[in-house]
Design a protein around this ligand. Structure first.
Ligand SMILES: Nc1ncnc2c1ncn2[C@@H]1O[C@H](COP(=O)(O)OP(=O)(O)OP(=O)(O)O)[C@@H](O)[C@H]1O
Length: 661
């Protein structure tokens, strides 16, 4: 598959597509989720590419749907199926089912459909499917504290492509590397040549960086899971509810997901929480500790009687000493007690570990002073120490979780794809159940047309609720006229035949008790034209039919009341001529017409005529047998009305009228 040949696919995308092992299979099957995994491809774009590829293959197969009305029936069939999907993926995927004359393609879908209709569309599974969607590649990641470095221009370009989240820098030598190491927390050198270069800072040499992207940018896999978390969880629920085998342990997957925040940070680690809180609270805690110490000291002083010799007092005053000296002389223990309280408060409120507590202790001086104060510089040391601890812990957790999740990436993708495929199957299953479908049987009996035979067909396309659709039995092989009372259901019968034939050639079940049919090469369905055509339109319709009678054999041709295109006499002759040509071609054709007699007369062969009969009148309404009677020209509505009046009137007028029919 030449991906470059697909319009709108750039060189880069084409390259990533061709690197997808099963890209072609994915394209052929319309496996949009697999395609969307190609870097830089969104689900929408992947779907468009898949549809384009399928359409091209479809064209290669020859267009089964030869007329507008045939295409409309196909779209209606698709809508009925799509209405039964939960996910937008399944709705799109259904579009990759199309009617075709290709036996292998039909068989492929029939095998799928056989399994699909056996699926139980459990409402709980449908509920769970609600949250499933194709997984999107992680987006919006920008890592600033890490960079890639290389001396090689080609490598530089490749790395820029492979790691859009990181800065890639060109460095010539160890000096350049050292300079980078000062601006970034971590430098990943890509060239073997940098191995062993001694530079201060966190410098790693990873010539294999592109093969282990999740190690180089753990943020990527974390963001992928964070951004797709809901869909992955829903897919896991689907597997559980539907009792499907999951490609990984669901509990471990769920557990890994609970350790992730929406923005891809790791949560739920006690030590990280402790350090994060300590960093956030350290300033407030120190100032509270200070107040606690001062309250303590104040109370202690208040409770103490300080006795001092007059000479001592005098000497203190003469020295200009402040009350601090008094404090150290007389209240040393009280000060020590106050500072101890402060330290204890600090250590406890920030839950500091011994090494941190050591630094914290020194924030309050052992030298007595009033009020008790703290050392800014030492506080800043504690802050720096806590921050560094927090960051180290966060990076470690990120790496660990990224490693766990990296191993779960393929299973997660597979699980989501399987859940989405289940939605496609369940749509087919619900369609089959909602419309009492059966799998049609293809029968090919040698040279002549086998046509179709429908038993108990009920069309979901009728304008009455499906439950009120009367079952229709109808079979045709060869060329046939279908006559019948007005509103007897002639058009609806053609619609039913077209729908059954389209679904059968898609490889899907059909709304009937039993259907046998030949594998038709094309479906030509012409809807009733709206009144007499002007000369130009009439001419172009005749041209259409010229094409119709020339070409593929084994066609199915359905035509609804062609006679209205021109005056009745001429119409009958034209229809007769078309029927002759179709008969020669071994096509199967059903022409609905009110001019059956006239056409039969004009035709050079014995055209079969079937009829949809009114079995009588009930309260002035026709009671119709919806199944056409074979080899029977149906009486028309006017005839039935005259017959009804003849029964009510004794003058003989209506009887004489009736004889004219
Ligand atoms: N199998 C069926 N079960 C229940 N209702 C049906 C069925 N077939 C047709 N009808 C009802 O009869 C109505 C008329 O059907 P339809 O338009 O197919 O008749 P028609 O014979 O083509 O009419 P016209 O003579 O006007 O061309 C439909 O709108 C539908 O409501």
């Amino acid at each position: 598959m030449e991906f470059e040949a697909i319009p709108g696919v750039g060189e880069k995308t084409a390259k990533s597509l061709s690197e997808l092992d099963d890209a072609e299979r994915a394209l052929a099957a319309g496996d949009v989720a697999a395609l969307a995994r190609a870097p830089g491809l969104t689900e929408g774009r992947a779907a468009a590419i898949a549809r384009g590829a399928i359409r091209r293959r479809h064209d290669d197969d020859g267009d089964f749907l030869a007329t507008d009305r045939a295409r409309e029936v196909y779209r209606d069939a698709l809508s009925l199926l799509r209405e039964r999907t939960v996910t937008s993926y399944a709705a799109k995927r259904l579009e990759t089912f199309y009617p075709t004359a290709s036996e292998s393609r039909i068989e492929e879908v029939r095998a799928f459909a056989d399994e699909a209709v056996a699926r139980d569309p459990d409402p709980a599974v449908l509920d769970a499917l609600d949250g499933v969607g194709s997984l999107e590649p992680a987006s919006g990641i920008r890592v600033r504290e890490r960079c890639l470095a290389t001396a090689d221009a080609e490598r530089y370009a490749a790395a820029k492509d492979a790691f859009p989240e990181l800065s890639v820098e060109v460095v010539e030598d160890a000096r350049g590397l050292a300079e980078l190491a000062r601006s970034y927390a971590t430098v990943v050198a890509l060239d073997e040549g940098f191995a062993g270069v001694d530079v201060e800072g966190d410098v790693r040499v990873r010539p294999d960086a592109e093969e282990h992207p999740d190690e180089i940018v753990p943020e990527r896999v974390l963001a992928f899971f964070a951004q797709n978390r809901g869909r992955i969880r829903a897919a896991a629920d689907v597997h559980e509810t539907a009792g499907m085998d999951a490609p990984c342990d669901l509990d471990s997957l769920r557990d890994a997901l609970t350790r992730l925040d929406d923005d891809g940070t790791v949560v739920g680690d006690e030590e990280l929480d402790r350090l994060t809180n300590a960093v956030d609270d350290v300033d407030a805690a120190v100032s509270t500790a200070e107040s606690v110490a001062n309250d303590h000291l104040r109370d202690a002083i208040r409770e103490r009687d300080v006795t001092i010799e007059g000479t001592d007092f005098l000497s203190l005053v003469e020295q200009g000493a402040r009350v601090d000296s008094l404090l150290s002389r007389e209240l040393e223990d009280q000060y020590a007690g106050a500072v101890a309280t402060a330290r204890e408060h600090l250590v406890e409120s920030l839950s500091l570990r011994p090494e941190e507590a050591d630094i914290a202790t020194r924030i309050f001086s052992d030298d007595p002073s009033f009020p008790v104060g703290y050392d800014e510089e030492r506080l800043s040391r504690l802050r720096t120490e806590l921050k560094a601890g927090r960051d180290r812990r966060a990076v470690r957790l990120k790496r660990e979780l990224a490693a766990d999740l990296s191993a779960l990436r393929d299973p997660a993708n597979e699980m989501v794809t399987d859940a989405l495929e289940l939605d496609v199957e369940l749509a087919v299953s619900r369609f089959a159940r909602d419309f009492d479908c059966a799998m049609p049987e293809f029968v090919d009996e040698g040279a002549g047309p086998t046509g179709f035979a429908i038993e108990g067909g009920r069309s979901p396309l009728l304008d009455v609720p499906f439950a009120e659709a009367d079952p229709v039995d109808y079979g045709v092989s060869g060329v046939t006229l279908l006559s019948g009372v007005n509103s007897g259901g002639k058009t609806s019968t053609l619609d039913l035949v077209a729908l059954v034939v389209v679904l059968a050639h898609m490889g899907l079940p059909v709304p009937a008790d039993r259907v046998e049919l030949e594998r038709f090469s094309e479906l030509h369905y012409y809807a009733k034209s709206q009144g007499t055509l002007d000369a130009g339109a009439f001419e172009s319709t005749l041209r259409d039919f010229r094409e119709l009678v020339d070409g593929e054999t084994n066609r199915l041709v359905l035509v609804d009341e062609l006679e209205s295109i021109t005056e009745p006499g001429a119409s009958a002759k034209i229809i007769a001529g078309i029927l002759e040509a179709l008969d020669d071609q071994s096509s199967t054709a059903v022409f609905v017409s009110h001019l059956a007699d006239e056409i039969r007369e004009a035709a050079g062969f014995a055209v079969a005529v079937d009829g949809i009969e009114a079995v009588g009148l009930e309260d002035g309404e026709l009671v119709v047998n919806r199944s056409p009677v074979k080899d029977h020209l149906a009486r028309s509505t006017p005839e039935l009305i005259v017959e009804k009046l003849a029964g009510e009137d004794t003058s003989g007028f209506y009887d004489r009228l009736l004889e004219k029919f």
